[in-house]
Design a protein around this ligand. Structure first.
Ligand code: SF4
Ligand code: SF4
Length: 290
């Protein structure tokens, strides 16, 4: 069983469209959406949920107004600026609270307790391309890395049980905890970037992270023709890092139109240049699995 993750140094590069195209092209696989903070692979996969699971996204502080004396100690101590006096009562913002428990320890009258946050869910689903494991992190919830690990573990287990050849992962953007959880133990990282200065900067950070994992990595430059000079700069940088640029894809409205129609590019425009290009890219990647 092989595992490939499609990742990007920043959001908005077209990573999910690329993942969707690969879902069309690959066989005997399980799909995993590890972009749990902004899951959108479901738009093209249209999964039918078979099982739903609760996920404990971390604990948040809650102040009991009956006990609190509004002394202000917790407000002064909270490094996340999560505690404020609101309408005469010291209150915790659940979106800002990091769950560190410092306020609980510091409160002289034990007015604060930690409550479990159970707004997050993860799912086992079926799609027209095979089984899919995905998740939805509640607003302001933490521990997305732990959630990614959890859904990846389940996907690997299902792949073994069903004798599947591939785990196809739509990864999160950036280089934070969920990305680290996504890259751990995979075989190939395909980094999708775009020809902008920030695209190059964020790609470089991702390359450095992937090197730490000693991963086989490739780069795909999306919308390369919007800035040919910057695309050349990205290519030169990849060469200096000994990373193959697998493909350069021109700007194409089919990406957006396919998404709007809840289809992959291969379904939306099967005979287009773009679809043919994806077929060639997938053939090249499949060679790495042999
Ligand atoms: S648990 Fe930590 S982050 Fe949350 S309110 Fe208390 S001190 Fe602030
Ligand atoms: S430290 Fe305790 S008593 Fe003081 S404001 Fe915070 S919750 Fe209220």
């Amino acid at each position: 069983m092989k595992q490939i993750a499609i990742v990007s140094g920043k959001g908005g590069t077209g990573k999910t469209s690329v993942s969707s195209a690969f879902a069309s092209l690959s066989t005997n696989k399980i799909i995993v959406d590890c972009d749990v903070d902004a899951a959108d692979l479901f738009l093209t996969m249209q999964p039918t949920v078979l099982e739903t699971f609760e996920y404990e996204g971390g604990k948040k502080a809650l102040i009991n107004p009956e006990i609190c004396t509004n002394c202000g100690i917790c407000e002064d101590l909270c490094r996340f600026d999560a505690i404020h006096l609101v309408d005469g009562q010291t209150t915790v913002s659940e979106f800002s609270c990091d769950g560190c428990r410092l306020c609980v320890i510091a409160c002289p009258v034990q007015a604060i307790q930690m409550l479990e946050n159970l707004d997050s869910r993860w799912y086992i689903s079926e799609t027209r391309f095979g089984p899919m494991v995905h998740a939805k992190l509640g607003i302001g919830e933490d521990n997305s890395g732990k959630l990614v690990t959890q859904i990846r573990d389940r996907a690997r287990k299902m792949a073994k049980e069903k004798d599947l050849d591939l785990v196809l992962i739509d990864g999160p953007p950036g280089i934070g905890c969920p990305v680290i959880s996504t890259l751990t133990g995979i075989d190939i990282a395909l980094m999708v970037t775009e020809p902008t200065l920030s695209g190059l900067h964020d790609l470089n950070r991702l390359i450095k992270l992937a090197k730490g994992f000693k991963l086989k990595s490739f780069v795909l430059i999306n919308k390369f023709d919007l800035n040919i000079a910057m695309s050349s700069q990205i290519e030169a940088h990849c060469e200096s890092e000994n990373i193959e640029v697998l493909a350069k894809i021109p700007f194409n409205r089919d990406f957006v139109d396919a998404m709007v129609n809840q289809q992959t590019v291969l379904e939306y425009s099967p005979n287009s240049e773009l679809s043919n290009q994806f077929r060639e890219i997938w053939k090249r990647i499949a060679l790495e699995f042999k």
